[in-house]
Design a protein around this ligand. Structure first.
Ligand SMILES: NC(=O)C1=CN([C@@H]2O[C@H](COP(=O)(O)OP(=O)(O)OC[C@H]3O[C@@H](n4cnc5c(N)ncnc54)[C@H](OP(=O)(O)O)[C@@H]3O)[C@@H](O)[C@H]2O)C=CC1
Ligand SMILES: CCCCCC(=O)/C=C/[C@@H]1[C@@H](C/C=C\CCCC(=O)O)[C@@H](O)C[C@H]1O
Length: 348
């Protein structure tokens, strides 16, 4: 038996409500560490907080691939850890492992069939990158751009990314440049984020949507209009971008975080005006889901790893320490407290 800490869902914010750290509760618990055949004892190193978790806080997530978190039960999501002991043939003590359904616990006993082994060389030992640029958000950026972006190298296209300073957005913009866009413009929520996008990540320009006339700033940044829009946020920001899109251009419908605290279906309905614009300008706007391209994940992670190791993709992270800060980190990410991927470090 071993004493552990875990995070349970304490209360739901309601479908129309902002999440607060008090929606989560940290508890002491005990873990039986005698393993049955096929089981693995893991120690948690890093946990991820992600926007889709807001949907899991509702009784009904509104998405068939997302199950709701259960009140007073341990919550779960992306995690990375180390194997302490194993009774599963595929895992040995010291292996680095990950899962999409890692319980928010300091240690856990898990069925080995639910774990994937990771090669730390892919991230030069920066294991948290497996939850960000060389993990699900990086794949979302890569596959979103490649599957739905219709990029044409040499065509001097302009790509706009909303949520540009976040985990997916910061990588998507860099891939836009690597894949040949002439101009890559980020939209995000602070001056500091704009500075980082341009001076550290090589974006052509950046627009702070909390300041001034966003439409005018975007027009100045995109004098030839917008050819590709990587949409992470939806709502009024996306209406503004779509109004400046060119004929036969493309929206990559990645996420709609501005609507996640509202009781609306996913993807949320568009205004009549925006729908008419999409139609009259023949703009594609297909829903994109990274989990629909599982067969492309392995090659995608190798590509992301190569870019990161070569310094062609710069990785931004915001890391807080301690399992007691999971709820706070989640709420902070939902309100723009992160630059790059929001990570919680659980142990060394
Ligand atoms: N389709 C798919 O398969 C996947 C989709 N996603 C989606 O991608 C998007 C980005 O996810 P991820 O990179 O993990 O998260 P981020 O790291 O981008 O964090 C979320 C960011 O959203 C921004 N934000 C929050 N509220 C608003 C708002 N009302 N208006 C505008 N921006 C807002 C904040 O930045 P700021 O300071 O700029 O406001 C915040 O930092 C989400 O919509 C998510 O659901 C993610 C993974 C897979
Ligand atoms: C309804 C809102 C969806 C917003 C889009 C989004 O962020 C999608 C993210 C998924 C996410 C799914 C994660 C785990 C699935 C298993 C969870 C469970 O219920 O057990 C990510 O990991 C991949 C994206 O497609």
């Amino acid at each position: 038996m071993s004493r552990i800490l875990r995070v349970v869902l304490n209360s739901r914010p309601g479908k129309n409500g902002e999440p607060v750290p008090e929606n989560f509760r940290v508890e002491e618990s005990t873990l039986t560490t005698d393993l049955k055949p096929g089981e693995v004892l893991v120690r948690t190193l890093y946990l991820s907080v992600d926007p889709y978790m807001r949907c899991r806080m509702n009784e009904d997530t509104g998405a068939d691939y997302l199950s709701p978190w259960v009140l007073s039960e341990c919550v779960d999501g992306g995690g990375v850890g180390v194997v302490e002991s194993s009774r599963h043939d595929a895992f040995s003590k010291g292996d680095t492992v990950t899962s999409f359904n890692w319980r928010w616990q300091t240690c856990d006993v898990v069925d080995g069939s639910r774990l994937q082994k990771l090669d730390p060389d892919l991230v030069n030992g920066h294991l948290s990158y497996f939850l960000g640029a060389v993990g699900m958000p990086g794949l979302t950026a890569l596959l979103g751009v490649r599957e739905k972006g219709h990029l044409k190298p040499g065509a001097n296209q302009t790509m706009v990314i909303s949520g540009a300073a976040g985990a997916c957005g910061s990588v998507a913009g860099q891939i836009g440049k690597l894949d040949g866009c002439g101009r890559v413009v980020g939209i995000c929520g602070s001056e500091e984020k704009c500075r980082v996008l341009v001076s550290e990540l090589g974006f052509s320009s950046a627009v702070n949507y909390r300041k001034g006339d966003v439409s005018a700033a975007l027009r100045e940044s995109c004098p030839d209009g917008v050819d590709v829009y990587f949409d992470n946020v939806g709502g009024a920001i996306s209406d503004t971008v779509i109004a400046q899109m060119n004929k036969d251009s493309h929206v990559i419908l990645c996420g709609q975080i501005s609507q996640y605290n509202k009781d609306v279906a996913y993807p949320p309905p568009l205004s009549t005006e925006t729908q008419e614009l999409l139609h009259s300008k023949n703009i594609t706007r297909e829903r994109f889901m990274v989990l629909s391209y599982m067969e492309k994940h392995e090659a995608g992670l190798l590509q992301l790893s190569q870019w990161v190791k070569a310094g062609q993709i710069k990785v931004l992270e915001t890391i807080v320490n301690g399992i007691e800060n999971m709820g706070g980190a989640f709420c902070s990410m939902m309100t723009g407290g992160n630059i790059g991927k929001q990570i919680v470090k659980i142990s060394d």
